[in-house]
Design a protein around this ligand. Sequence first.
Ligand code: ZN
Length: 416
Amino acid sequence: MTMDEVGSARDRGTASWAGAPSRTTGTRTTNEEVRQQNLSAVLRLVHVNGALSRSHIGAATGLNRSTITALVTELLDLGVTREAETAPTGRVGRPSLGVAADDAVVALGIRVEPDAVSVALVGLGGTVHSRVRHDLSSPPSPRRFVQIARSLVDGMRADIDRHYRLVGAGLAVPGLVDEAGTVVVAPPLGWRREAIATRLERALGIQVTAGNDASVGAMAEARFGVGRDADNLLYLGGGLHGIGGGLVFDRTLLRGTSGFAGELGHTVVDPRGARCACGRRGCLSAEVNPAPLLELLGRRKLDEDELDIELGVARDPAITAELERQVDVLSLALTNFVNAFAPEAVILSGYLGVLLAASRERLSRAVHVDPVGAEGRHVRLERAHMRSRLMQLAPAEMAFAPLLADPVGLAPRPGR
Ligand SMILES: [Zn+2]
């Protein structure tokens, strides 16, 4: 099967990839709709949790044994799940034959950053099969980005055609992306009003869904990372090019008007502060940024792990003072966010994860705020779990969304 055949069968639809669409018409729910919702629930369950026994699926969904058997059989026939051994359960210790998402059903997770374009081949269930990256010395124009992405994907085609069934691609962009996949503005890239999903779709010949990188990261962390037990979480990812936020409430990404909610990096924390890429002064993105620390360390660029080490051994008082200043600013912002959104968990990713490792106690105090009139509450403060792997699989989640919502309507047929 060619990639085009798979791609063309897809309805672009809305980009509300975060939640299952409700297909009930009025108050009437047909058997067909119930079946579709149940298939979707079972597929999501094994997508997020890995191999599960039929009895575990029954317990998680509340459906009876014969219904589960029928649903699992149908998902196997659709070629989106496979039989798989489940982990041994405590008392008997014998692995049983369960069902898992079929990781031969794949999506491309594409990411564009000012200094790189990367493409990951991700299987249903969150397996990263392979990944390629193209480093850049300056931010790519939209045209250049599409060229690079296309050549990276071309390099994967033979492997994809031979071994996998491709459902589409997801693109994570450091900027505001509307529901049609148009980048409204992406200051780190210098992009403005670019119909990037459409352009990439034409170049690749498959369906492309685009979204904000922090929103995409928040959903992936909620599904596969440290946020998986939390219904409500606040995610903040930071780097040289600013801070992005994502809010997941009731396990659904908070989108806001046009999908622009969660731009927490442009919360003003000091009206007389440093100039931000958005044009204002004193945004969190401008005030909490690795650039001043890199300068003090005499380095141009460091990845997360390297920065952990360098800051851990730094004894220069100027570095300590700058680190403390930034942690104080971040603490102030976190206190405000926790009061505004009351999340169960706050997850810090990228550079902000580095700050958390360097100053866990100070930042913990900031999230354990007692809101007016309330008893002390417990907010988990965690460093993003998956680091770079998260941002590889995260964009692919957007491409899997329609299949997860409607396995019958959208399953790529097994290529036999
Ligand atoms: Zn700003």
